[in-house]
Design a protein around this ligand. Structure first.
Ligand code: PLP
Length: 388
């Protein structure tokens, strides 16, 4: 293979570009995870994560991918056969359901078209009809990474409250935390699931749960088997800054650095930056005459945009060409969207010129692949980005 000059453009919606500061932090010498220095690192990281989740409650960190954090949310709070209300917002919602089914839970999976978020009215109706309180948890994917659709978690909370239902609220923020406004305590979420490789700007390898007092209480009675994922042992040891097993020390160095960066920029500005880049991207897509997969503007994702290919044109052939010609990775269509869409990630450590380069790569690729489209998407985005 010959050398490819310049920087690779990693524009999938996670893993995202890991900033140099974080890479350098990860490169420090590994230390004893039972030392006072480690304990200070862990406590720093827990306090920073609380600010990002917007919680004063418990945060748990696993050496795992996001799937582990999904499993942890379920095994810690539920018992065999418990009913869980889930919503088919896309590929990742369907995968979380698979995890629940494998664990022996009884999932009520509300069908969806993969082009809308969770409908709070359906949440209210389902819970209102559940007179004998069989539903123990409502699980929602905040930002569906397969579709570029963001569900309105706060409205889901209000729907649960209107139904006066005691179910736990669990939210997957894997591609939203630190990119899209999110408030664990204020929105009354019981378990928030996240991981390291998206808005937190780290490599893959850390799974996270933010846990409410109600969820911690539920974990005492929950009977699904658990060992590695058990919150109780974590919470006990974490208080002093330690872990019940070997933590991912170097990723925690990276996390401490990425949290510092988020606070230096300010979470409000981070969210506004994501909104702005998403808007610029949508202007480009519209100018190209292509379709945005998400149908509800109130649910457009600030983290990624999913673009529908014209009928008869293969999105993966376009992605392959863009990778070969311009060294840029775009997100593939997942599940039933395979070949039909491509996804532009605009989350994490990202700026205007990176977005401009990304959109240039897409526009040149569309041209080279002879996809029917109108030129001018890049110009539309640049006009927006350079508008005073
Ligand atoms: C919304 C969402 N949930 C869950 C996952 C699964 O996480 P992981 O692949 O880290 O296990 C992903 C991965 O991209 C995701 O985007």
């Amino acid at each position: 293979m010959s050398y490819t000059s310049g920087r690779h453009f990693l524009q999938i919606p996670g893993p995202t570009n890991v900033p140099e500061r974080v890479l350098r932090a990860i490169g420090q010498a590994t230390i004893d995870h039972r030392s006072p220095e480690f304990s200070r690192l862990a406590i720093d990281v827990f306090q920073g994560l609380q600010k990002v989740f917007k919680t004063s409650g418990t945060v748990v960190i696993y050496p795992s991918s996001g799937t582990g954090a999904w499993e942890a949310s379920l095994v810690n709070t539920l018992s065999p056969g418990d009913r869980v209300l889930m919503f088919e917002t896309g590929y990742f919602a369907a995968l979380w359901r698979e995890v629940a089914l494998k664990l022996g839970l009884d999932v009520d999976f509300v069908p969806g078209d993969w082009r809308h978020g969770v409908d709070p009215a359906v949440v209210e109706a389902k819970l209102g009809a559940d007179r004998d309180r069989q539903i123990k948890a409502v699980a929602v994917v905040h930002n569906e990474t397969s579709t570029g659709t963001t569900s309105r978690v706060h409205d889901v909370r209000k729907a649960i409250d209107r139904a006066r239902h005691p179910a736990l609220l669990m939210v997957d923020t894997i591609s939203s935390l630190a990119s899209i406004d999110y408030r664990h305590d204020e929105w009354g979420v019981d378990v928030t699931v996240c991981c390291s490789q998206k808005g937190l700007m780290l490599p893959p390898g850390l799974g996270l749960n933010a846990v409410s007092a109600k969820a911690l209480e539920a974990s005492k009675a929950a009977r699904l088997p658990r060992a590695y994922w058990d919150w109780q042992a974590m919470v006990r040891d974490n208080q002093a800054g330690f872990f019940p097993y070997t933590p991912a020390t170097n990723l925690l160095y990276g996390l401490r650095e990425s949290l510092r960066m988020l606070f230096e920029e300010g979470l409000g500005r981070v969210f506004a930056r994501h909104q702005r880049h998403a808007e610029a991207t949508r202007r480009a897509v519209r100018a190209w005459g292509l379709e945005i997969l998400c149908l509800n503007p109130a649910e457009y994702s600030p983290a990624l945009t999913t673009v529908v290919m014209p009928e008869g044109y293969d999105a993966d052939a376009l992605r392959k060409l863009i990778l070969e010609k311009f060294d840029m990775s775009l997100g593939t269509g997942l599940g039933k969207l395979k070949g039909k869409v491509f996804r532009i990630g605009h989350l994490g450590d990202f700026n205007d010129l990176m977005l401009a380069g990304t959109l240039c790569g897409v526009e040149m690729g569309l041209s080279l692949a002879d996809v029917p489209f109108a030129k001018g998407g890049v110009t539309a985005a640049l006009d927006f980005l350079s508008d005073r």
